[in-house]
Design a protein around this ligand. Sequence first.
Ligand SMILES: [Cu+2]
Length: 316
Amino acid sequence: MKITFVLATVAQLASAHYFFDTNIINGVSQPLNKYVRASTRAIKYNPIKFSSNPAADIRDNSHIDGPDARCNQGAFSSAGRTEILTVTAGSEVRFKLGVGATMQHPGPGFVYMSRAPGDNVKAYDGSGDWFKIFQEGVCNSGGDFTTNAWCTWDRNWIAARIPANTPNGEYLVRVEHIGIHRSHVNQPEHFVSCMQVKVTGGGNGVPGPLVKFPGVYKSTDPYANFSIYGGHKPFQFPGPAVWSGSGTSNPVATTTRAATTTTRAASAPTTTPASGGSGAKSSLWGQCGGNGWTGPKTCAQGRCVVSNAWYSQCIP
Ligand SMILES: [Cu+2]
């Protein structure tokens, strides 16, 4: 019985994790790491977590409050052999996951940009200023808040439009998905990669608010202390507000505004949780118990197994 449990857990971890190693242009997947920097992680699909998390839960010594937050571990070492994709401002960049994976963790998706000093992106480590051009959270207010309510659920891509007013030049474009299924124990999982891009046909916009990686995400942020269990509730995106594409930026005012930004879930009903209620059952891999847990205590699929005092999970 114990062996079955361990194998099932390992299989779930392997299938649930993912990494962005390529991009799609007009529906055509590009060669791996042609425009997307390759990481040097021991295990490519491992997430990036906070350094304050228990050591046993941290993978490859990679921290979201460290330099790996920029483009993933060791990615700068592949900058020289990674090509630069020319993108016309106003058109799309689309990142794609490797090895046939899909995002089977609930949570938000983001795209950020950072202009390379001297417009030499192959020599840029991402330590400069970043601005956010896209974010997505909940798309399906009738969906399960632990799974398919989230826009990115079971997808293999995240796409964003380069704002038409973006100044011409070379940039890092950073994609990120955050699995927030363990944010209730302060362990969000970050999946990050960067593409090297040359923007043409752009404008005179002044991107902002500007932030740094590491620095912009903190373990005390609401997203890192959020429970997806017990039904729909408003979610506050981490990081700055999305750049409007305008010619002026006001970092102070917009940073303040970012703190109150919520997903479309904010307007969704919060009193009728899809996975809550006395008659409801937790889905496979969902939470089914733990101190303070008010959601379902039985499983629609699998059986409820205690992980620790705070968390029980439906396991096949
Ligand atoms: Cu995970």
